[in-house]
Design a protein around this ligand. Structure first.
Ligand code: GDP
Length: 359
């Protein structure tokens, strides 16, 4: 899962990015990692993993990861020129979800590019730039697809999907916000990689006032619905980095937060993108794997290796809770909690799996 940060300059993107990526594990096989310095691959905390590792005597634990990309700030007029260059567009197109960082903190010492702290107006500025960039993409595609429809290389429905998308953008709405009510044909729009078609998460970089004010938070949530909102304090997040786990938990609680920014973003990111994790464990390693909700057993196997999917025979599965309750794999088997599932089995979050396959 890759989440790209966008936002106006000076809203706290870099502060948040640096805090989240404190345990950056930069590896060459992650997207962008070799070309972009502003990518952080972060381990997702998962308390199930150490418990499994203990049962199986695993040598190491490999958590699921999330990649954060700190994309340059967007200013008004960016889509017309320099600011929203190709580099920027390439980065943002690769992200699975866009987290728009919005300033909701007051601080006289931190200059706001437009003079005042006004989340609604800031979001409009950013969304307008993304919408204009998408309009340019769709307007360029329409004549090309018209030709292809005439030449019978494409269906008329492809063209209609583009026109419907253009109408949404011309109204000043994002594709993501309008896709259900306008019944947009997302499959036919996919190849354009429209920026505003990506799932949006709004990250309100808040001060104590906002964090302690449920009514204000609800106002902001209503403003961005159906997108999800996360409330955090980037400065606090960066202070937490210096502390031990217990001290950090205590400090978060004092600020009225029951989850760290990373936990919140991971949770909302997973639900926005419809993702879940399953687990594998053995003497070598205990590991979490990310799959879409609704994935079948062979599809889940394919995340480990495409050969596993191709040669899939069956999967031996026990739920995490059943395994922990039994205390060991042998006891779980004796209690009848370990099932053999075939290729139609739909995976559940927390399934502990061993695949059987032909190579
Ligand atoms: P970016 O341009 O969006 O990447 O913003 P930065 O992360 O560079 O932050 C801009 C300024 O705002 C810096 O001086 C930060 O210390 C400050 N800042 C960031 N987050 C917060 C916050 O939550 N509260 C306050 N008071 N200041 C913040």
């Amino acid at each position: 899962m890759t989440i790209g940060f966008v936002g106006l300059p000076n809203v706290g993107k870099s502060t948040l990015f640096n805090a989240l990526t404190r345990q950056t594990v930069l590896a060459a096989n992650y997207p962008f990692a070799t070309i972009e310095p502003n990518v952080g691959v972060v381990n997702l905390p998962d308390e199930r993993l150490p418990q499994l590792a203990e049962i199986f005597g695993s040598e190491r634990i490999l958590p699921a990861t999330v990649s954060f990309v700190d994309i340059a700030g967007i200013v008004k007029g960016a889509s017309e020129g320099e600011g929203l260059g190709n580099q920027f567009l390439a980065n943002i197109r690769e992200a699975h979800a866009i987290a728009q960082v919005v300033r909701a903190f007051d601080d006289g010492d931190v200059v706001h590019v437009d003079g005042t702290v006004d989340p609604a107006s800031d979001m409009e500025t950013i969304n307008t730039e993304l919408i204009i960039a998408d309009m340019q993409t769709v307007e360029k595609a329409i004549p090309r697809v018209e030709k292809e429809v005439k030449g019978k290389k494409k269906e008329l429905a492809d063209l209609e999907a583009l026109k419907a998308a253009l109408a949404v953008l011309e109204r000043g709405e994002t594709i993501f916000a309008a896709k259900d009510k306008d019944k947009l044909d997302m499959d036919r729009l996919r190849e354009l990689s429209l920026l505003t078609a990506k799932p949006f998460i709004y990250v309100f970089n808040s001060d104590e006032g906002v964090l302690g004010d449920e009514a204000r938070q609800q106002e902001l949530r209503d403003l961005v619905a159906p997108a999800d909102a996360v409330f955090l304090d980037a400065k606090l997040e960066s202070d937490l980095v210096e502390l031990s786990e217990e001290e950090a938990a205590e400090m978060l609680e004092m600020a009225g937060q029951d989850e760290s920014g990373l936990d919140q973003l991971a949770r909302v990111g997973f639900s926005t993108l419809g993702l879940q994790t399953y687990l594998t464990a053995g003497p070598k390693e205990t590991r979490a794997w990310t799959i879409p909700v609704g994935a079948t057993a062979p599809e889940a196997a394919g995340v480990i290796h495409t050969d596993f999917q191709r040669g899939f025979i069956k999967a031996e599965i026990v739920s995490f809770d059943d395994l922990i309750a039994a205390g060991s794999m042998a006891d779980a088997k004796a209690a009848g909690k370990v099932r053999m599932e075939g290729k139609d089995y739909v995976m559940k979050d927390g399934d502990v799996v061993e695949f059987r396959f032909n190579v």
